[in-house]
Design a binder for this molecule. Structure first.
Ligand SMILES: [Zn+2]
Length: 473
């Protein structure tokens, strides 16, 4: 059976149209940069959905025949009610159309919104500037050509001198960037103004109903931060099999704001995740040497020597076992690893820092990577479609680094990762291992750490209480 990649979920582009109209009426604002109407970059919907297409729920030919009785209740799909997955239509559209050309009250100011098919010539014509002015502008300066690459919806601001001639023009090319051309005695001077956004902290709270991605979206948490959240707790929570309906999270994260509008996001500052009744906390901390890591609220490192699952959001299709019938060889054979089924091309990550002993073909394993971690541990990754750039025999890899992609090379019946874990040369069940931890906060920095972490924990408690109270009303 081939394992079709899940169908791409629908996109919910968030149109964010801001009106530039009306503002022009304010003389004092005429020289300021106006927010241009533009469509925010489409948010790609997360592909972390635990809901899986029906065909993924069928048993893999690769699955062990000696399945344990509780295996199905262990499945992340089994206990999550995805029959009524909510539609995530959170996109807010504020369609306030900007007029094509706004007659400004300041007689020297002109403002024109770029429409499809407009050129600098047509825009100049709309405000009564001669065609010769276009040539003059474009020929004045190499960078001035950027004014001939305006996008539909962008607003061009023009200042005229007392003779009605072009004095300057400027336009916002993004929330943070404005280009400007100003006439002087010796031609035009080009300027690019980059504004620095204000960074503030924001709070989000989510409850898992169908999947982490859907609840992140509902909570208003940007996609990339939902991914970060999964990464931060990836050492303690197995997002492939542990997530349950009713799990919840709190996040305080950096939000970049410009003129009252969110223009981007930074890091997760602190987070908490309650998984099956057990709560994990994460505090971002930069030590005096400048190294940043996430720690538990009491100062232990979140980072383990090994990642539990080398493929994000995959499904375990076969567990470690002493004996099972091999789907191709049709003989009873031990399964010395864990199989993770995921669509072809899904990235596979190094479970820990280490040295690549092999990146090449190895018999029934197909394309295989073997990594040596310190002198006690080895991990093996089989059936790969291909290797990531720079991953070759003898190279070093970092924990979490992508080493290759899910495939079905070698003796394999469908796209999956065969993952083995060895301690002192003996195969062990990677899911049964208690993973070694990285270093906690140094004693000398403990006080400094607590000074930062305690207010964050207090704020998460308070924000959550406020939110729950307002929901009850
Ligand atoms: Zn396997």
């Amino acid at each position: 059976m081939t394992n079709e990649p899940p169908k791409a979920p629908p996109l919910y582009p968030k149109s964010h149209l801001l009106a530039a109209s009306g503002i022009a009426a304010l003389l004092s604002l005429a020289l300021l940069v106006f927010p241009s109407s533009e469509v925010e970059a489409k948010k790609t919907t997360l592909n972390l959905e635990l809901e899986s297409p029906a065909d993924q729920l069928k048993q893999e030919p690769d699955a062990p025949l000696t399945q344990t009785a509780d295996a199905s209740s262990d499945s992340p799909f089994a206990q999550i009610d995805n029959s009524s997955a909510p539609t995530e239509e959170t996109a807010k559209v504020e369609p306030v159309p900007a007029p094509a050309a706004t007659p400004a009250k300041d007689p020297s100011h002109r403002e024109v919104t770029v429409s499809r098919g407009d050129t600098l010539s047509t825009l100049f014509a709309k405000v009564g500037l001669p065609a010769a002015a276009v040539h003059e502008v474009l020929a004045s300066n190499k960078q001035a050509k950027q004014f001939s690459q305006l996008k539909s919806g962008q607003v061009l601001q023009i200042e005229l001198d007392k003779d009605g001639q072009l004095a300057s023009l400027h336009s916002k090319v993004s929330d943070l960037e404005t280009i400007r051309l100003t006439k002087s005695a010796n031609g035009y001077a080009f300027n690019r103004e980059i504004s620095k956004p204000v960074v503030r902290s924001a709070y989000a709270h989510g409850v898992i109903k169908s999947s982490l991605s859907a609840s992140g979206q509902r909570a208003g948490l940007p996609h990339s931060l939902t991914m970060d959240l999964a990464r931060i707790f990836g050492y303690d929570i197995d997002f492939a099999q542990d997530i349950r309906h009713g799990d919840e999270f709190d996040v305080i994260y950096e939000q970049k704001v410009m003129d009252g509008k969110v223009v981007g996001n930074g890091n997760i500052i602190s987070a908490r995740f309650t998984n099956r009744g057990k709560t994990f906390s994460a505090i971002r901390y930069t030590n005096k040497q400048g190294n940043t890591n996430y720690y538990t609220a009491d100062g232990n490192s979140m980072r383990k020597a090994f990642i539990r699952t080398p493929v994000d959001f995959a499904r375990i299709s076969s567990r470690f076992s002493a004996g099972r019938k091999h789907p191709i060889l049709n003989k009873i054979r031990a399964h010395k690893g864990v199989d993770y089924a995921a669509p072809r091309g899904t990235p596979i990550k190094a479970a820990g820092d280490g040295k690549v002993l092999l990146a090449g073909r190895r018999g029934g394993y197909g394309n295989t990577v073997i990594i040596q971690h310190g002198n006690r541990y080895q991990t093996l990754y089989g059936h790969m479609q291909g290797f990531a750039k720079g991953v070759k025999t003898g190279s070093s890899v970092k924990q979490g680094q992508v080493i290759g992609y899910i495939g079905t090379t070698g003796l394999s019946t469908g796209p999956h990762l065969h993952y083995e874990f060895q301690v002192n040369g003996v195969h062990v069940d990677p899911l049964g291992q208690k993973l070694p931890m990285a270093d906690p906060i140094a004693k000398a920095e403990r006080q400094r750490f607590l000074q930062q972490s305690q207010p964050l924990v207090a704020r998460m408690n308070q924000e959550k209480a406020t939110l729950l109270a307002s929901n009850k009303r």
